[in-house]
Design a protein around this ligand. Structure first.
Ligand code: SF4
Length: 243
């Protein structure tokens, strides 16, 4: 995953992120996950001790073909009404990094693939900036079906679909999970804390280190947040490289 400083600078420029940064050592950057969890639990009184509830084990681990079939045939919740087809995920089934978005948008629903269109291109640029390709990671969403009328998923829909994500984590066994966006963060961590307070810290979900950051669709609407997203990416890169 090594790359030259010049390559990285060009990628960041392409993303619209200035290449300079304020050098402040991050509180949790080099801590193991267990320590990070302790610091997180002591950090904010409004973070509602999410971790014990967030670590949920799926009852049975499926294989990929069975999981794909279950998702393809799933009509468990009301989200089925807005989709063309459920989208399980895409990418490397042996990836070190599992990226979880919110739910497929209309383009993704039509093309049957996660993270396509403009937000997908931005995500690819972000990955490239830390030496990763789209093919090297595994991409999925917290809800596998496109929701009509751009609405948020209901608690029932989030709960109904969570088992599929847990199966994916068990099958991929990534070194880290990157949650993108408010909906995914709140669903996995079982909190209503603003995303700005959740990002930049390591959590644990299904026995896997988990980091929260901005969804690329949000970064397209608010480019000034790309600088914070870059800080998150550096934290992620350090974890993946075992630093
Ligand atoms: Fe099934 Fe998930 Fe789609 Fe609901 S959102 S119908 S649980 S695949």
């Amino acid at each position: 995953m090594t790359q030259s400083a010049e390559e990285q600078r060009l990628y960041l420029q392409a993303m619209g992120i200035p290449v300079w940064e304020v050098r402040q050592p991050h509180l949790l950057q080099n801590l193991p996950v267990a320590d990070a969890v302790v610091v997180e639990s002591e950090r904010e009184s409004d973070v509602e001790s999410p971790l014990a509830e967030a670590v949920v084990e799926p009852p049975t681990v499926l294989n990929w073909p069975d999981l794909q079939q279950q998702v393809s045939n799933c009509t468990t919740c009301a989200a089925r009404q807005g989709r063309m087809q459920p989208i399980l995920g895409a990418g490397s089934e042996q990836a070190d990094l599992l990226i979880v978005g919110e739910m497929p948008n209309a383009d993704e629903d039509r093309l049957a693939a996660p993270f396509v269109s403009a937000s997908g291109q931005l995500l690819e640029g972000m990955l490239k900036a830390i030496g990763l390709s789209r093919q090297a990671v595994y991409l999925t969403h917290i809800v596998k079906c496109h929701l009509e009328e751009h609405r948020d998923p209901t608690p029932e829909e989030l709960s109904a679909c969570q088992g599929f994500l847990l199966q994916q984590i068990k099958l991929v066994q990534p070194k880290a999970i990157l949650l993108l966006g408010r909906i995914a963060a709140h669903a996995c961590l079982q909190v209503n804390t603003p995303l700005t307070q959740l990002r930049g810290e390591w959590f644990e979900f299904a026995a896997t280190p988990l980091l929260v950051s901005y969804h690329p669709a949000y970064l397209l609407r608010k480019p000034s947040a790309k600088r914070l997203a870059w800080q998150d990416l550096k934290l992620l890169r350090a974890r993946l490289q075992g630093e």
